[in-house]
Design a protein around this ligand. Structure first.
Ligand SMILES: *Cc1c(COP(=O)(O)O)cnc(C)c1O
Length: 552
């Protein structure tokens, strides 16, 4: 961009940041004999011998950086990983705002930490409040930014905004980036996963003064791990990395993030987000009936901002149900923010808000994640919603079999496996069976003692008889001889092995007798037959609905 001469962004950074030599921390530990960082040569007890905890991590762990770059669709060099997006905000202030001299723009009501970091750094805060409907006032922002002049180093926007839940009009962001090339336009996208809006990181190359903040704390369930990123032009990232303290990403953090964001886990995250968003609409709808709620603001995040009346009475009801929500009345008269939880948690919140609902029994959802050197598997089953089945094991025939089983079992199945198919199909088939059994057992909870069921499945010349007992005890008996040793890429011997593995983690005895002339038919009849046998075992019937906890 022509407005950016060679010295940019150095011309807007703090003098001190330019002048000091970056602290030189060692890169990651290699296979060399490391006598260079005064570390312990022994693993800490209890012995995490393979974890490398005795060695300092890389300044920016490269595998993690590559994974996050891929997740956000940018290059590794365009990412700074910090201890949460919070640290990225702090580092931005410390990199660009001269104490007692520079300032930032914020648009309240918004995330409070922008102004807190400015205060810590001794930077000024210029405000361009949101309009009454909480939309961004682009014209006002421009006026304030012009008035502040070159000492205004950054404008902080938040989209979807916390606590109001609305997104910023992309036109405003674009105009600010173009009109103020010497100001960093920072868009905090902590809730982007809950919104339909595209990330502002999509067009980073066109706008070198754009900075996007993302976090793993919200959508990816890693708030306790502390990991978030700043995404920007690599020259900005380079300056920020000078200011970031040495070794900011502990090895267990890297491990936790890598484990939660394996490629196989992504469809499970997507299924959770889908449920989360549908719960957001359900809550927005249901809360209209609350005597405490005047107004529910539309939200593209995982929370709802509410305008409340009879605050004292509501607070008493919330205390009775032991529900905590965020009180914004000090800064926003009458406003409180309610996070969206699991369906059964939301039901409790609705009860506290005085909304009468037909108590719904929590959906029986079970997940299992299994990662070894041979396979990386994530499974999510929903015994009460058969929609959204999505299976990808890398073995077409197996996908088809698992799909038939889920269909005939009447349960929803999201299963992804990245397996060592270059060796053979064995590990993938076996490990998926184990993970599926675990997920089903998790979904069944303590009701697994349930019943015994069986099915007969004819398929042309084939007949399969399948009986299952969810007894908690694993056993598998298989009678049948396959006429060929493969069905497509699927080895016939893996058919009994699948049921054997599944029975172990599901805690079931499975008996199968199959006869026929076609291996494909025979295998398929076994999978379908187990689905059919499981269907009544999974079915929840009757009127004696136990109370959803705490509601009655
Ligand atoms: C939660 C939140 C953050 C903090 O994210 P971490 O990665 O947990 O530090 C940043 N910005 C906004 C708007 C948030 O709501």
């Amino acid at each position: 961009m022509s407005a950016h001469e060679n010295t940019w962004p150095n011309n807007i950074a703090r003098k001190a940041v330019l002048e000091f030599q970056a602290y030189s921390a060692r890169g990651g530990a290699t296979n060399a004999l490391h006598l260079d960082a005064n570390e312990s040569p022994w693993a800490p007890p209890p012995v995490h011998s393979t974890c490398g905890f005795n060695r300092y991590p890389e300044q920016q762990p490269s595998e993690l950086r590559a994974r996050l770059a891929d997740l956000y669709g940018v290059n590794s060099a365009q990412i700074m990983i910090g201890r949460g997006a919070d640290e990225a905000i702090e580092v931005l202030l410390r990199t660009f705002c001269e104490s007692g001299q520079d300032c930032i723009l914020v648009c309240p009501p918004t995330f409070g930490y922008f102004a807190t970091c400015a205060a810590i750094q001794g930077a000024g805060v210029v405000v361009a409040p949101l309009r009454a409907d909480f939309s961004y006032d682009g014209d006002l922002m421009k006026v304030k930014m012009r008035q502040a002049g070159p000492s205004l180093k950054m404008a902080f926007l938040c989209s979807p905004n916390n606590p109001t839940g609305n997104v910023v009009d992309p036109k405003i962001v674009e105009e600010l980036c173009v009109d103020f090339p010497q100001t960093l336009i920072v868009i905090d996208e902590a809730y982007a996963e809950f919104s339909a809006q595209d990330s502002f990181a999509d067009r980073l190359s066109e706008f070198p003064n754009r900075v996007v903040l993302r976090t793993l704390s919200k959508a990816y369930a890693l708030a306790g791990v502390r990991a978030g990123v700043a995404i920007a032009d690599e020259r900005i990232i380079e300056l920020m990395l000078k200011v970031l303290p040495p070794y900011p990403i502990p090895r267990p953090v890297e491990q936790a993030v890598m484990a939660a964001l394996t490629p196989a886990a992504m469809p499970v995250h997507a299924a959770r987000l889908k449920l989360w968003k549908s719960e957001r609409s359900r809550m927005a709808d249901a809360l209209k009936a609350s005597p405490f709620v005047n107004k529910i603001y539309p939200s593209e995040a995982n929370f709802l901002l509410l305008d409340i009346n009879e605050d004292a009475k509501l607070l008493r009801a919330l205390a009775k149900y032991q529900v905590k929500i965020r009180d914004f009345r000090k800064s926003l008269p009458g406003k409180m923010r309610l996070s969206i939880g699991r369906p059964e948690e939301n039901d409790i919140a609705l009860a506290a808000f005085g909304v009468e609902i037909k108590p719904q029994r929590p959906q029986r959802i079970g997940e299992a994640h299994r990662k070894t050197k041979e396979t990386d598997i994530a499974v999510r089953v929903n015994l009460d919603d058969a929609s959204g089945t999505q299976i990808n094991t890398g073995i077409g025939f197996y996908d088809h079999m698992l799909g038939s089983m889920a269909k005939h079992g009447g349960f929803g199945l999201v299963l992804t496996c990245e397996g060592d198919l270059e060796i053979d199909t064995h590990h993938t088939i076996e490990d998926c069976a184990l993970a599926l059994g675990t997920a089903l057992a998790n979904a069944l909870g303590d009701k697994s003692g349930a019943g015994r069921f069986g099915s007969f499945i004819p398929m042309d010349e084939t007949l399969a008889k399948v009986a299952v007992d969810l007894s908690g005890r694993a056993a598998m008996v298989f009678k049948g001889v396959f006429p060929t040793d493969h069905a497509g890429e699927f080895p016939a011997e893996m058919c009994p092995h699948f049921f054997e593995s599944l029975s172990q983690t599901l805690g079931a005895s499975i008996h199968i007798e199959v006869c026929g002339d076609n291996t494909h038919h025979m295998i398929e009849a076994c999978f379908k037959g187990l689905g059919r046998a499981l269907m009544p075992a999974f079915k929840r019937e009757g009127t004696d609905i136990a109370s959803t906890k705490g509601v009655l």
